[in-house]
Design a protein around this ligand. Sequence first.
Ligand SMILES: Nc1ncnc2c1ncn2[C@@H]1O[C@H](COP(=O)(O)OP(=O)(O)OP(=O)(O)O)[C@@H](O)[C@H]1O
Ligand SMILES: O=P(O)(O)OC[C@H]1O[C@](O)(CO)[C@@H](O)[C@@H]1O
Length: 332
Amino acid sequence: MKKIALLTSGGDAPGMNAAIRAIVLSCEYNNLSCLGFYHGYNGLIEDDFIPLSSQLVNAEIKNGGTLLKSARCPAMMTETGVKQACNTLLKNDIDCLIVIGGDGSFHGLLAIKAHWQGQVIGLPGTIDNDLYGCDKTIGFATAVNTATQAIDKIRDTANAFDRAFIVEVMGRHSGHIAFQVGLSCGAESIFSFENYNNENHREILKDLIAKIQTQQLNRKASYLVVLAENLWPGGASALQEQLKAQGDIESAICILGHTQRRGAPVPEDRVLATQLGLKAVDSALSGDDNIMLGLSANQLAKTDLNEAVSKNKPVDDEFITAHKGPLTHYLK
Ligand SMILES: Nc1ncnc2c1ncn2[C@@H]1O[C@H](COP(=O)(O)OP(=O)(O)OP(=O)(O)O)[C@@H](O)[C@H]1O
Ligand SMILES: O=P(O)(O)OC[C@H]1O[C@](O)(CO)[C@@H](O)[C@@H]1O
């Protein structure tokens, strides 16, 4: 083992730089060279890289985004693209490829693995927290913190008007951000993939209207709906129109969007990324292959990449039951 290649792929996540830093520092400590490939898998396909050193990365622990840039790279979905990526790995005498990204990025690793003999290791880096095999992905804690801070501000203005607010959060097709943010902000309603089913759309809407009316008429208070993206047919604006048309309820919308991916990582993400970055190099040195590293119940967990991409990590049932029961009982 002499040379490690590293890239960040998919949606950037706060803490990716902290992971890169830890990997590079550990490589130097262990006398390994580390090449950083730019723009996700594009860097591999185009042989576009930079030799990484502690000097380059040391100050990066506090920075959001990723110094290696990221991308969604359609060429990796083709055999030609995968083979080009593998040629770059061969040409540069790479022994191990470490990718920080989400499940899509790990599909990329699996595709490479089919054509290349070196070791592949994945680190979970996505704000969505939708990866099996780890309690939390790098970036999730920061995204939740960013959304919470934004919604706390929204709540102040909502309170001043006793107004209903619909706040849309990211997560692609998973409800981890929606539930964590909804609980952390004391949202009256949280709609996500775990508790919304299009077949029950009418009843869900009717129930929501009744709850907002109860809150506004009886308690003279604001009402916060945290809505997962890609869930409600027509999105937040359709829900706003339906509240007006069917309940005569005025509401305001805020789509938090990419703000959730921005900014400095919170300490929890910096520490998680540092731990996983260091472990990734240890793992490479010990010959591990085809795995994703994560922390599960505070212990290092090595999950087969096939398992990591094929199994679901559901939102904790306790969150769902608590929100439905004791946390919102007063709305009935
Ligand atoms: N089936 C696949 N085969 C080869 N490469 C893939 C495959 N799926 C995804 N990739 C590669 O991984 C990249 C990132 O995937 P994707 O856009 O799904 O993001 P992700 O890694 O899941 O991260 P995030 O959860 O932050 O969006 C893709 O643009 C592509 O280059
Ligand atoms: O940045 P893009 O390509 O618009 O992707 C947005 C998606 O990426 C994520 O931020 C991370 O997967 C999702 O939450 C969101 O659906």
